[in-house]
Design a protein around this ligand. Structure first.
Ligand code: NAD
Length: 421
């Protein structure tokens, strides 16, 4: 079996469908995206050359509302990945109960090699290509890996230029002053925290002092780490694409680590004591360097893949020691790895539930834009907490009712809601 995410998504769908009565027509519809868009995006680079990039948008399904999902800028972006990610958005939006369908997009590019001007021209050119297909009631992009609020602001602006109509709700994840929602930046990490806490409550696990290793220290991993630490969890390992650190007693100062990564461009070596962050503190903290892969096989209570797909595969699944895997990345566990984890009785909290806090607050942003409202952060967080805990309880109950994993249960919930639609 390959680690092709689209094949994996289809297999997950078939498996969940086998547990419940879903019409053949619905199943067939979900196996094929509604629309697949592939564009070339020529950009004049700073040195005067024109470089051609490849961009994608897949509109998977809109039975429950407009297509909704992020845009990823990464060298490995390809059509099958985008198709899988769009399918997971259809499922996720149904599970968390927001009135959206599923979409996803991206550009095959390493944005770290671009200047700010090149990044802006690329984003604006891509937006012009997508303009006929997106809109507040049609398809609403958002940030994903290597895209952020600034990129969303360029998109809103370029869409307005191209259509002659300013429509703030055409994208979510915008800066607050450009129509973004309070709490959107924190939403995915915070939502994951609420889901984890609720599932631990439902399954009678103790939270205080539980050790956590997180792979990926971007938007999602960083906020999750902070919320967990504030709630009494022990963050013992962190890594990014260049490696990371393991401190068994707990990494003392996450803020200092984040600042160190910001300064140096990597987590590795960010052993912080007071304002000093370097290797000289490694021994004092009782820490050691780790590779990003090792993060997920450390002796911890909770392992969190929060970077990219295929982080847990058949090669390393047997080595996972954590009792809980909280999937904050999309598609981090291959199917074969999932089976191995199941045999080991590892509780896997699936991506479509764990990371749906981002799209929940994206929905709140879209709603505020459409109704000319602005909500305070505490209002957003209160709504998010209720939504995530409710979704976690629904999925947990379905897993008991059907005697299946949380992943299968999440899909069953989604399929039933899609069937209703
Ligand atoms: P980001 O670009 O802010 O951060 C990604 C992080 O992963 C970075 O720290 C990067 O160094 C690290 N990384 C990349 N390759 C790695 C590797 N091989 N090993 C270890 N670390 C690696 O992205 P993000 O927004 O935090 O997204 C992370 C994941 O969460 C993605 O799978 C994304 O699809 C998913 N997700 C994000 C959101 C959101 O709101 N941002 C919502 C739902 C799901």
């Amino acid at each position: 079996m390959t680690n092709n995410p689209w094949e994996q998504a289809l297999a997950e769908l078939e498996k969940a469908a086998s547990h419940t009565k879903v019409s053949k027509a619905l199943l067939e519809r979900l196996k094929t995206p509604d629309r697949v868009i592939e564009v070339t995006v020529p950009v004049v680079m700073d040195d005067g050359r024109t470089q051609v990039f490849h961009g994608y948008r897949v509109q998977h399904n809109n039975m429950r509302g407009p297509y909704k999902g992020g845009l990823r800028y990464h060298p490995k972006v390809n059509m099958d990945e985008v198709k899988a990610l769009s399918f997971w958005m259809t499922m996720k939006n149904a599970i968390v109960g927001v009135p959206f369908g599923g979409g996803k997009g991206g550009i095959t590019v390493d944005p770290k090699t671009l200047s700010e001007g090149e990044l802006e021209r690329l984003t604006r050119a891509f937006t012009r290509e997508l303009t006929p297909y997106i809109g507040p009631e049609l398809d609403i992009p958002a940030p994903d890996v290597n895209t952020n609020a600034k990129i969303m602001a360029w998109m809103r602006n370029e869409y307005a230029r191209a259509t002659g109509k300013d429509a703030p709700a055409v994208v979510t994840g915008k800066p607050i002053e450009k129509g973004g929602s309070e709490g959107r930046t924190e939403a995915t990490g915070l939502g994951g925290f609420y889901v984890l806490a609720e599932i631990m409550k439902q399954t009678g696990r103790r939270k205080s002092g539980a050790s956590v290793a997180i792979q990926g220290f971007g938007n999602v991993g960083k906020y999750l780490a902070n919320y967990l630490k504030d709630a009494g969890f022990r963050i013992v390992a962190l890594s990014d694409s260049k490696g990371g650190m393991y401190v068994k007693s707990g990494i003392p100062d996450l803020k200092a680590v984040a600042e160190c990564k910001e300064r140096s461009g990597k987590l590795a070596g960010c052993y912080c004591v007071g304002s000093v962050c370097d290797l000289s503190n490694m021994e004092a903290l009782g820490g050691r360097d780790i590779t990003s892969l090792e993060t997920l096989t450390l002796p911890v209570d909770i392992a969190v893949p929060a970077a990219l797909e295929n982080a847990i595969t058949k090669e390393n699944a047997a080595d996972v020691q954590a009792g809980i895997v909280l999937e904050m990345a999309n598609g981090p566990t291959t199917r074969e790895a999932d089976e191995i984890l199941k045999k080991k009785h590892t509780l896997v909290i699936p991506d479509v539930l764990a990371n749906s806090g981002g799209v929940a607050v994206s929905y709140y942003e879209w709603y505020q834009n459409m109704h000319g409202e602005t909500w305070k952060k505490d209002v957003v967080f209160k709504k998010l907490k209720r939504k995530m805990e409710g979704a976690a309880r629904t999925v947990h109950e379905a897993s008991k009712e059907y005697d299946v994993s949380l992943r299968d249960a999440a899909y069953i919930v989604a399929l039933m809601r899609l069937a209703e639609a």
